[in-house]
Write a protein that binds this ligand. Structure first.
Ligand SMILES: [Zn+2]
Length: 166
């Protein structure tokens, strides 16, 4: 798995656990004989809730990747697995810095999508694409700037995804 230096440890660790299939998706829990009712994805109710589904195949997540792609001005992302989430950058042919930024944003997105999923399960919250997207933008802005003091980026530049450090 690829690690990203500018995002918080909790996001890297989350991704690592997902990579090892160690986050409590319904399918993972039922494999451990824990009763979860049905195995359907909490976010879309359409397919089994596996790691690959939640972060790649899910209709809700696809809306998030659409938003990330248009924000970061990259082509539409066709993702089928968590492996794709981590490696889609290789197909893009951007500079190392830009790839690293996009990787970090995608890892933050996974972390936030899972948080949304848990809020839906435990607090009966609605999964709202625009809310998750705006959190991904503002959190990544905050975390990027706090770890790269030498090359701070303004909010306007971050929002339009056009800045010099690329
Ligand atoms: Zn789903």
């Amino acid at each position: 798995m690829r690690w990203c230096k500018w995002i918080p440890a909790k996001c890297n660790v989350f991704m690592w656990r997902a990579w090892l299939d160690r986050i409590p998706t319904k399918v993972a829990l039922s494999k451990r004989n824990i009763n979860v009712g049905n195995n359907l994805c909490v976010l879309c109710d359409e397919a089994e809730e596996t790691v690959d589904h939640v972060f790649a195949g899910c209709r809700f997540t696809d809306g998030i990747w659409n938003g990330v792609a248009s924000w970061c001005r990259i082509p539409h992302l066709f993702l089928f697995s968590l492996h794709d989430v981590q490696n889609v950058n290789d197909q893009l042919g951007y500079s190392l810095v830009k790839k690293d930024i996009i990787l970090g944003i995608m890892m933050i997105a996974c972390w936030r999508i899972w948080k949304m999923r848990n809020e839906k399960v435990f607090k009966a919250a609605n999964a709202i694409t625009t809310q998750v997207l705006s959190d991904i933008k503002s959190l990544s802005f905050l975390w990027f700037n706090s770890r790269r003091k030498s090359a701070r980026v303004g909010w306007k530049e971050w929002q339009s995804f056009s800045f010099d450090v690329m």
